[in-house]
Ligand binder design. Sequence first.
Ligand SMILES: Cc1cc2nc3c(=O)[nH]c(=O)nc-3n(C[C@H](O)[C@H](O)[C@H](O)COP(=O)(O)O)c2cc1C
Length: 297
Amino acid sequence: MKKIGIFYFSGTGNTEIVARLLTKAYRRRQIEVACIRMEAVVNQQTPLVLDDFDLIGVGHPVLGFGASGIAERFVKMLPAGSGKTAFVFKTASSPHYVNHGASDVIIRAMAKKGYQVFHNSIIAMPCNFFVKYDDRLNKQLYQAAVKKVEVIAAQTAAGQANKLKFNPLLRGFLRLVYYGEEHFGARFFAQGLHTTAACNHCKKCVRDCPTRNISESAGQICFGSDCIWCMRCVYACPNQAIQAKNLAGCVLHPYTGGFNIEAILNDPQIDENFVTASSKGYYKHLINYFREDSSIK
Ligand SMILES: Cc1cc2nc3c(=O)[nH]c(=O)nc-3n(C[C@H](O)[C@H](O)[C@H](O)COP(=O)(O)O)c2cc1C
């Protein structure tokens, strides 16, 4: 293996953390890696040149059981693969099998273009949507992610396949949910976004929006209709000045997603042994996920 190109989209930092961990894991194996944000390609700031890469990685968050508009736009831009090998990875708040099909549209589109997508994986990370996870769980998820990334790096570097089990009967229904989330949910959410008096017009949100959906006009920050509900603007605003009026419950207060992982890791008071072999209820489905890499016995 000479060089790997990892293209990822990350709204709030989780997928970026995984993409960076993967990059480090390959480099430790003496493999050269380029780690590129998908939106730089989609917004034509970075040319899409794949000639140097022997292996392509595509990473995205699971948004409404799908892959996010940016990932779909990126895949449309890919040139013919001519048999190039590829893998996909996704982050989600849960490794449950309902999320396993989230990359299917991407995998199919890549296969149509001649890419051989041989490895598909899911990594559970802190939830950034509606449900605020306990920081002990966030720490446990991150530590498991570090181990899972090592496995993904070893398998993909060796050309070893990985498939995710998915019930095909769910496909049509979940695709419909995704369509509703992307086209109606996201638009409705964006219609209710507004800035408060705390906004100092630094325009970070304008610069950072992956779909260039935020602009400033006559001294006002304006939110357009091409929102993919990635939450970046809300969570990354340095003054917490962007607020949601519609579906406000989906924004976590205080935010405990990707960007604060470092703080969680550095806090010795946060005990990562949150899910155990005897956990019940919602957390039960995480037991096997943590067992896979011996995060719990
Ligand atoms: C609009 C939206 C929809 C989401 N839908 C799902 C979902 O269907 N399943 C899931 O497990 N997590 C879902 N999540 C949670 C994210 O997938 C998860 O927190 C992910 O790691 C975020 O990655 P990022 O920080 O790279 O954007 C959703 C988050 C958002 C903002």
